[in-house]
Design a protein around this ligand. Structure first.
Ligand SMILES: [Fe+2]
Length: 138
């Protein structure tokens, strides 16, 4: 496992959303560095709190654009978002004291979810919005 380097393949083509995705990758890399240095526990609560806010703001942003442009995959996409929101809540309910293992688990989960989600699910609206001239929509 290593730091995630941003690649153009992660881009949906919607600049505003790509910037939000990049910010999330940075947070995951911050968690990665902490876990690598065996201080995952120290940043765990911080990262979970950030994720709670991020998922609300970022998902609302994506869903608003999908609704605005009448993207037919919206309901399905919302289900994926719901899964992450529920998972973050589960992590938050765990005992985070002395939780180096939990930090590692969160890291593995986020990497898998994020890269899978951006590469597969988010790409779908990317192609759709771009085809409607939405490349620079905000
Ligand atoms: Fe999404």
């Amino acid at each position: 496992m290593a730091v995630i380097g941003w690649k153009s393949i992660y881009e949906t083509g919607i600049v505003a959303l790509d910037n939000e995705h990049r910010a999330l990758v940075e947070e995951i890399n911050r968690l990665y560095e902490a876990v690598r240095d065996k201080r995952g526990e120290a940043v765990l609560v911080d990262i979970l709190t950030m994720l709670e806010k991020y998922t609300v703001d970022h998902f609302q942003h994506e869903e608003k654009l999908m609704a605005e442009y009448q993207f037919s995959g919206l309901a399905e996409h919302q289900k994926h978002h719901r899964e992450l929101i529920d998972k973050i809540a589960e992590f938050k309910n765990e005992n985070t004291a002395g939780a180096e293992g939990l930090a590692r688990e969160l890291l593995a989960f986020l990497r898998g979810w994020l890269l899978g989600h951006i590469l597969k699910v988010d790409k779908e609206y990317g192609v759709f919005l771009e085809s409607r001239g939405g490349r620079f929509i905000e």
